[in-house]
Design a binder for this molecule. Structure first.
Ligand code: THG
Length: 283
């Protein structure tokens, strides 16, 4: 199962055998006043910086989310996507629940981008899947539908199956869909992480699909978030998540991926792990 995405100059492959691919989460105004202000004012320098630094830190794709008070996503998402693709060549992951914003941004996105996201709701599927088909984009699909978010992994799995059926009806390939099991904060509900992980395992074992998740969601509201995020990331990789949305600059994230890929059996002779350790050695 190989998902291929294409940016202005760079191609990215996501598959269970390949190294874990980082989707950089930093272009997102959630909890960041300066970035929200910059988006409202159309000041792009912070966005450019975030794009460049995330690529330097190891991001293979960049999530672009402009959803904040006082920002018209239909106008701003395409501008942000353009600014990002001016400074980096990797594929973009357009993060919006607004189909008009997605469409407007897709018109400007080079290559084969990723749409983030559809849900299993009829309304979302019948709008977003045709857009993905029209623009030749891949899509992230969240495991919930009209009913309230379930804590039963089998039921989340059924939503994933339904989305795949629908995607085929609309002429998309299995490789064009990345499943997101949904991650809620473990501070509010003690089983939240376990439910996401079990769902990921079901989807990867039974359907063999590629998976993403918003790893940092799990630690909202808790201290020392990087500890929780790193542990959760390692477990998620074990469960088949191969394109996590994370902050590549956060403490330990990139190292956790190297170690988890090795433990998962994706790094023969530990070659990548050893090489990276050697390269990061202070001279
Ligand atoms: N699934 C999919 N897409 C997603 C998510 C998901 N996109 C958004 C989000 N969840 C993933 N991205 C983030 C981005 C930032 C944070 C968490 C998830 C975050 N930000 C800090 C805060 O809000 O406190 C602020 C960071 C800072 O101050 O530097 O935690 O689940 N498909």
């Amino acid at each position: 199962m190989i998902t291929i995405l294409q940016g202005k100059t760079q191609k990215v492959e996501i598959s269970p055998e390949s190294p874990t691919v980082i989707i950089g989460e930093r272009i997102n105004p959630t909890g960041r006043y300066r970035l929200s202000e910059a988006l409202r004012k159309g000041n792009w320098s912070l966005i450019r910086q975030e794009a460049i630094s995330q690529v330097e830190q190891g991001a293979a794709l960049l999530d672009v989310n402009v959803g904040t008070m006082g920002v018209d996503e239909v106008a701003v998402l395409p501008q942000a996507a353009r600014v990002v693709s001016e400074v980096v060549g990797i594929p973009i992951c357009l993060d919006s629940a607004n189909p008009q914003a997605l469409e407007a941004a897709l018109k400007l996105c080079p290559g084969k981008p990723l749409i983030n996201s559809t849900t299993g709701e009829e309304k979302a599927l019948t709008t977003v899947l045709p857009i993905a088909k029209e623009f030749g984009a891949a899509v992230i699909a969240l495991c919930h539908d009209e009913e309230r978010i379930t804590n039963d992994p089998e039921r989340r799995f059924k939503v994933a199956e339904k989305i795949m059926r629908k995607a085929r009806e609309y002429g998309l390939q299995e490789t064009d869909i990345l499943i997101d099991p949904l991650v809620l904060t473990v501070g509010a509900e003690s089983t939240a992480a376990a439910v996401s992980l079990s769902t990921a395992c079901l989807v990867s074992e039974r359907l063999g699909l590629n998976l993403t998740m918003g790893v940092s969601n799990v630690s909202f509201g808790l201290p020392k978030r990087h500890l929780i995020n790193n542990s959760f990331l390692a477990m998620a990789i074990w469960c088949g998540v191969n394109a996590p949305i994370i902050n590549p600059a956060a403490k330990g994230m990139v190292e956790t991926i190297l170690a988890a890929d090795l433990l998962k059996g994706k790094d023969p002779y530990a070659a990548r792990y050893i090489r990276q350790c050697r390269e990061s050695q202070p001279k």
